[in-house]
Design a protein around this ligand. Structure first.
Ligand code: IPM
Ligand code: MN
Length: 355
């Protein structure tokens, strides 16, 4: 049955607009293939929004998002806004958007494309067959806890890591449910040997586990988890962790798949989901047409699955990326020394052809 969806499109800064252009082409191709209609409405977000309106997440953008079925984000930030007041920075806009829409669960899949097995800095024998889903708590923890700020005439900086039982429960539930559909293994990552907030996290996950007897639950301290990820990543199926630990571990894990330029993400839990690549705005290569659009395109794939329940569309996008890679198309970030590289457009075109 043909369906119609409204998508708020926030290209953002740096390479954001370039990769978004390719992602929207992929979205249109999926629409054509499966006879669905996607209506995209662009809005200002991040540094460009600061330049034009004075704030990173203007009211008008929030309105456009509210009237949509899903939100697609490019990337935000750049050196131009590094000296802007903390709560008006592009990144603050991103945090506000996550909070505003109640997007407490961030899914960051890390998988290995067979064509990229030689791209990882780790040995084939270590990463072959790796397939991990990181579930990062996204609207709590040290990113949002009070008190925070720079005080005592600039001599003291404070952030506070806070979690309530309710916050831990709801994100852990998402992780258990995802694990049920996968290899039924869940590893909860914390720092409960030192932090009280982590002790509460661990106890809460333990209690919830009783509702999911089929899922094998384990716990790791975050320092150990960071080490285990590069020692033996295949031991992991689903990982659930707090906001900052998840931020750090997902960047680390991205290198297992070859490049941060390959990792998409889905922020869910509210009425409207937000889909964005894990990587940043890469100001150093912005406007040069060489950014890898794969993570952005795969974020469209995640939107199809998690926001619209269009599993076929999701598979079509993932397979298209996989096939384009298998045919040898490589952007600079995933090319081996001496290998021929293509730009953002050509990569987008190569993926499009496979959809
Ligand atoms: C991410 C980013 C953001 C975060 C920044 C840009 C605020 O690093 O999505 O991983 O820390 O959450
Ligand atoms: Mn990050």
């Amino acid at each position: 049955m043909a369906r119609k969806f409204k998508v708020a499109v926030l290209p953002g800064d740096g390479i954001g607009p370039e990769i978004m252009e390719q992602a929207l082409k992929a979205l249109d191709a999926v629409g054509e293939k499966f006879s669905h209609e996607f209506e995209a409405t662009e809005a200002l977000f991040g540094g460009i929004a600061i330049d034009k309106t004075g704030e990173p997440l203007p009211k008008e953008t929030i309105e456009i998002c509210k009237q949509s079925d899903a939100i697609l984000g490019g990337a935000v930030g750049g050196p131009k806004w590094d000296h802007v007041e903390q709560n008006l920075r592009p990144e603050a806009g991103l945090l506000a958007l996550r909070k505003q829409f109640g997007l407490f669960a961030n899914l960051r899949p890390v998988k290995l494309y067979p064509a990229l097995i030689d791209n990882s800095t780790l040995k084939k024998e270590v990463i072959g067959g790796m397939d991990i889903m990181i579930v990062r708590e996204l609207t709590g923890g040290i990113y949002f806890g009070q008190p925070k700020g720079i005080m005592e005439s600039g001599t003291k900086g404070i952030n506070t890591m806070v979690y309530t039982v309710e916050e831990v429960e709801r994100v852990a539930k998402v992780a258990f449910e995802i694990a049920l559909k996968r290899k039924k293994k869940l590893c909860s990552v914390d720092k409960s040997n030192v932090l009280e907030v982590s002790r509460l996290w661990r106890n809460t996950v333990e209690k919830l586990a009783k509702q999911f007897p089929e899922v094998e639950l384990s716990h790791l301290y975050v320092d150990n988890a960071a080490m285990q990820l590069v020692r033996n990543p295949r031991q992991f199926d689903v990982i659930v962790t707090g906001n900052m630990f998840g931020d750090i571990l997902s960047d680390e894990a991205s290198m297992l798949s070859g490049s941060l330029g390959m990792l998409p993400s889905a922020a869910i839990g509210g009425k409207i989901g937000f889909f964005e690549p894990v990587h940043g705005s890469a100001p150093d290569i912005a406007g040069q047409g060489k950014a890898n659009p794969c993570a952005m395109v795969c974020s469209v794939g995640m939107m199809l699955k998690y926001a619209f329940d269009l599993n076929e569309g999701h598979k079509a996008v993932d397979n298209a990326v996989s096939t384009a890679l298998a045919k040898g198309f490589r952007c600079a970030d995933i090319a081996k020394p001496g290998e021929k590289t293509v730009g953002t457009r050509e990569m987008g075109q190569a993926i499009l052809k496979e959809i």
